[in-house]
Structures are given as structure tokens and as C-alpha cells.
Design a protein around this ligand. Structure first.
Ligand SMILES: [Mn+2]
Length: 343
């Protein structure tokens, strides 16, 4: 089944001429990297017309990938033959930006995704939850097409895999992830330390401050099996910083010894809380996020709760206790006092 859809995609790439390459809203390294690699191959090697729209917000930490986008921003004048959608588990995750999806109703829709809850909303769907990143799947396609692994393609796919595996630490990491990365390093002649430095060791002032606020507002429950971090509006404003750069902050909570569940609460508006969820092993926060109107993977997911911050934390704590099979009385938790940083 899987092989058939992969072969159908390869056949469509051979047969068709113009492509729109789409990633997801709030793009991450996998969405950006796999989109770029595919667009670059289609344009520079397959002689096709391909267009990768700039995401509404190009995250600063992936700025170094943006230079590879040169040439992929040229929109084909007429309607495109196919829309290739990467790393989107459902149709509403697609980042259409300025484009109107109704203009592409006649195009062939190709979905390439690796989310466990991924929906087959295209005409051709290749959904492989065994892949740690869509970057691995795009590598397979390019390899089958005998593509040359140029430096820009290698850098894009390498970052897709490194970021979606949490630098090869998440449970989705496989020998295949590392084999593909080894090939990318060798064939694309790329420098891993330079690339990880760009993404992980290039903090902005704002990011550093947001880490500080989130850690200062940490709450630890059940002997640190549950850790909450919070970015509240009062603290963020008092530091004249913004919520833009917060990717990866929730993972700091997952570095606490013994932690099984972690969450970052971002008070993005009044009664509007963006919640990032993380879990260890078999504990499924993807299902929890879905139940709360969000989405994601088993160990990394998120949702938005329309309620005050304090209530959002209570809701998640209840759900987390259920996930751990505990009916803990709240008085048994050690809860730190609410703190706001006011300089
Ligand atoms: Mn992904």
C-alpha cells in the first residue's frame, strides 16, 4: 500500500509539469526543510515549474535555510498540475498564506505525511508514521528519482530530520534516520556542527528572556513526574519581549530527571492559552491534544485553550494525572506560588 502510493507520487512527478509545494502553519524544521528540498529538486534537476510560498512567518532560527529558497518563490502563471502537501496531518494544517485554496481545486493533491493521526485528504496519500520526519520520506523519493544530493538539498533534509528527532534523542529516531543523515553529510558535503549551531546555539535576546520567564514560572508536581512551564503576558510584557521565539522551550521541562509529562503554557491573549505538550515513551499526549481540539504526535503535541491561564493549568493537570493513572488529591501536590517577574 505504502509502496504503491510512493510509486504513484514518483510517477506523478515524472508525468506532471507544475507543482505547488505546501507545508504547515507555524512551520518547523521538517516542514520547511522537506518542502525546500523537494522544490529545489523539481526546479533545478527535474526541469519542472515549482513554487514554494514563503510561510507567513519564517522562523528566525531557520533563517539560514531561507537563502536556499531563491528561485522557488516564482509562482507558475497558470493553474498548477499538482499541489504537494508535506508534514500536514489534516487539510486545515496547510499554510495557504496569501493563496486561495479554491484556485487549486482542479489540481492533483498529493499528501506526504508521517503523523500517526495523519488523514488521507489528498488524491494520492503517502502517510508513514514509521518515518521520524517527512524529510526521510522526501529523501526516499529523491533517491528513487536518482536526484543529485546538492548541498542546499542536503542541508534542508538534514535539518528536517535533526529537528523532528530532537537531535536524534526522541523515540522516533531509527537507524534509518541516522543512515539518511550520514548519506546527506557525505553526498551533500555538509557540516553538521555548523547546521546544529545555526538552529540550537543561536539564541536571540528575546529567546533567552523567554526561557528565563518560563523557567522562573515552573511548577513541579508528583516528584517531578509532571513539569509545567509558563509564559504569562505580564512577565513577557514587562521584559518587552514577545512570544515569537519559544520553540523548544517546553523540551527544557523534559530534561528534568524522572519527568514523564511536561507542558508549556503560553498566554497569547486574554483567555487564550497555547499549550505545548510533551510525554515520555508510551504516554500519548497526541490523543489528549486531539481531544482538546489540537493535534500532534504521541510524544509531542499542542492545543489552544480558550480559558484563563489558571484554569488551563488545572485542566491539563487533571488530564496528566489521568494519563499517569493517578487520582491525586490536589493538596498532595507541591505547588509553587504564582510569580510574575516585574523588573
Ligand atoms: Mn514532521
Amino acid at each position: 500500500m505504502t509502496m504503491k502510493s510512493k510509486n504513484d507520487i514518483i510517477e506523478a512527478i515524472h508525468r506532471l509539469d507544475s507543482f505547488l509545494i505546501m507545508g504547515h502553519v507555524d512551520p518547523d524544521g521538517d516542514s520547511l526543510g522537506s518542502s525546500l528540498a523537494l522544490a529545489l529538486y523539481l526546479l533545478e534537476q527535474a526541469g519542472k515549474r515549482a513554487y514554494m510560498p514563503a510561510p507567513v512567518n519564517w522562523p528566525g532560527r531557520y533563517g539560514f535555510l531561507e537563502k536556499h529558497r531563491d528561485g522557488t518563490g516564482e509562482m507558475p502563471k497558470e493553474k498548477v498540475d499538482a499541489v504537494i502537501i508535506l508534514d500536514c496531518s489534516s487539510a486545515d494544517r496547510v499554510d495557504w498564506g496569501q493563496l486561495d485554496p479554491r484556485d487549486y481545486e482542479e489540481s492533483l493533491f498529493i499528501v506526504i505525511d508521517h503523523h500517526e493521526e495523519g488523514k488521507a485528504f489528498g488524491d494520492i496519500n503517502w502517510i508513514d508514521p514509521e518515518s521520524a520526519a517527512v524529510g526521510e520520506m522526501v529523501f526516499d523519493i529523491l533517491d528513487a528519482l536518482d536526484a543529485e544530493i546538492t548541498t542546499p538539498i542536503a542541508e534542508s533534509l538534514y535539518m528536517a530530520i535533526v529537528t523532528d528527532t530532537g537531535r536524534f534523542t526522541h523515540s522516533n529516531t531509527t537507524a534509518r534516520s541516522m543512515q539518511i543523515c550520514a548519506e546527506l553529510i557525505e553526498r551533500g558535503n555538509i557540516c553538521p556542527s555548523k547546521l546544529t549551531g545555526e538552529v540550537y546555539y543561536s539564541f536571540s535576546e528575546e529567546y533567552l528572556r523567554n526561557i528565563g520567564i518560563a523557567l522562573y514560572n515552573s511548577r513541579i508536581y508528583m516528584d517531578a513526574r509532571i513539569v509545567f512551564l509558563t509564559l504569562d503576558r505580564a512577565s513577557v510584557r514587562s521584559f518587552s519581549t514577545t512570544f515569537d521565539e519559544t520553540e523548544g522551550i517546553v523540551d527544557l521541562a523534559m530534561s528534568v530527571k524522572g519527568v514523564e509529562l511536561a507542558s508549556l503554557f503560553k498566554e497569547i491573549g486574554q483567555n487564550m492559552i497555547r499549550v505545548s505538550l510533551r510525554s515520555r515513551g508510551k504516554i500519548d499526549v497526541g490523543a489528549l491534544a486531539k481531544e482538546l481540539g489540537g493535534g500532534g504526535h504521541r510524544n509531542a503535541a499542542g492545543c489552544t485553550l480558550k480559558m484563563p491561564l489558571s484554569l488551563a493549568r488545572e485542566v491539563i493537570l487533571d488530564k496528566f494525572e489521568d494519563l499517569l493513572g493517578m487520582n491525586l488529591t490536589r493538596s498532595a501536590c507541591k505547588v509553587a506560588d504564582e510569580r510574575h517577574i516585574v523588573p
